[in-house]
Design a protein around this ligand. Structure first.
Ligand SMILES: NC(=O)c1ccc[n+]([C@@H]2O[C@H](COP(=O)([O-])OP(=O)(O)OC[C@H]3O[C@@H](n4cnc5c(N)ncnc54)[C@H](OP(=O)(O)O)[C@@H]3O)[C@@H](O)[C@H]2O)c1
Length: 345
């Protein structure tokens, strides 16, 4: 049963003889209110082109960005062409290699970030760019490895590259991590501690113990008065904030920052971008910096190494079979996951 139409870029790669299962998003959904998935359809297996590999997907993780793209909320930054297979984070086995690929071979166990524009994770087979696909150490299960790309890269890059904190254990920085119980936040707490930073974290009351156990120095319930004001219980002013939630006004941040400080904004919008621009124009030393993920194989390797050595734990919120991937999607939209949501083949 083939229902592929339109101009989705992978269509031209597909051959018709062998089918696999997957999900197609046929049209844009209502922003945040509903997601339309097609029924579970049979799709032709894609063929890897130059610089690509074909991966038999063992597991995939869902990120908020996936359903934000699907909902149309990120237009005009990320227009999606319909129909398309959603999702970007996978772990699995390489089953075919396109021309020009020298770093990977058939039979390699890998994990990969497929790229925002491409998607493709919610299917039995996916095309992955070789440049953002790396070897999965055998000590890490594929359900853990598939969680690392978007959430792990974001945690690592926002702390190291955007906040400027070295991952060397010697940092003296005071760091606030908001939304510490989410997919990004749980990795960010652990990476910040590996840097040596003093970590204050906000989360819901039910997750405070978990986040303390992962190493946070201070944990504050975001629904308490102290949490709403982002105050450090020990009275510290922050050098940097890894801001994993949204809807917090700049005045709440600035009251808690050192005179020179950065707030790394993971969910920039028109209003926050205007604040960023105004602060820049005024040459303000308390900056609001929008974050955008970049696919770096060396960063994926670093995350794998940390996970392999037991220094970076993955907390899995829930696991869903591919045939019921819409439940994983709904769980992410609810916004109350503790850690990562995984779909397994
Ligand atoms: N710019 C980029 O390239 C990029 C990359 C990755 C992620 N992001 C964005 O970063 C954000 C975080 O991603 P994620 O995967 O970590 O999300 P997530 O896993 O969906 O986060 C869910 C968690 O956030 C907690 N939370 C919600 N509101 C909170 C608040 N006001 N204070 C403290 N905790 C709160 C929830 O706790 P409760 O259940 O207790 O409420 C839940 O545990 C998303 O908006 C995502 O789109 C951006």
């Amino acid at each position: 049963m083939l229902r592929i139409k339109g101009e989705f870029q992978q269509v031209q790669h597909w051959r018709n003889e062998v089918a696999h299962a997957g999900w197609l998003v046929e049209h844009e959904g209502l922003p945040f209110a509903g997601v339309y998935f097609d029924q579970h359809v049979q799709l032709p297996i894609p063929v890897p082109q130059r610089g690509e590999v074909l991966v038999k997907v063992e597991s995939a993780s869902v990120n908020p960005i996936d359903w934000k793209v699907q909902s149309g909320a990120l237009k005009p930054f990320l227009p999606s062409k319909f129909p398309y297979i959603p999702g970007t984070d996978i772990a699995g086995e390489v089953v075919a290699v396109g021309s020009g690929v020298t770093t990977l071979k058939k039979g390699d166990k890998v994990f990969s970030w497929l790229g925002l524009g491409a998607g493709g994770s919610l299917a039995e087979f996916a095309i992955a760019p070789a440049k953002s696909t790396v070897q999965k150490p055998q000590e890490i299960a594929s359900i853990e490895a598939c969680c690392l790309p978007v959430a792990g890269l974001t945690a690592l890059q926002s702390i190291r590259d955007y906040a400027g904190i070295k991952v060397d254990g010697n940092s003296q920085a005071n760091l606030l991590i908001t939304g510490a119980s989410g997919g990004v936040g749980l990795y960010a707490v652990q990476i910040a501690k590996l840097c040596g930073a003093h970590v204050t974290a906000t989360c819901g009351a039910r997750n405070m113990e978990l986040i303390k156990n992962l190493g946070a120095d201070e944990v504050v319930d975001y629904k308490s008065a102290e949490g709403a004001e982002l105050r450090s219980p020990s009275g510290r002013a922050y050098d940097a904030v890894i801001h994993c939630t949204s809807g917090i006004p700049w005045s709440t941040f600035s009251a808690n920052l050192k005179p020179v400080a950065k707030v790394i904004d993971l969910t920039p919008n028109i209003k926050s971008l205007a604040t960023t621009a105004l602060k820049k124009l005024a040459m303000c030393q308390q900056e609001l910096v929008p974050y955008v993920l970049s696919a770096k194989a060396e960063d994926l390797d670093l995350l794998a190494e940390l996970a392999r050595g037991g220094k970076l734990r993955t907390i899995i919120d829930s696991q869903h079979p591919l045939s019921r991937a819409e439940e994983a999607w709904a769980r992410s939209i609810e916004g109350h996951a503790t850690g990562k949501i995984v779909v397994t083949a």
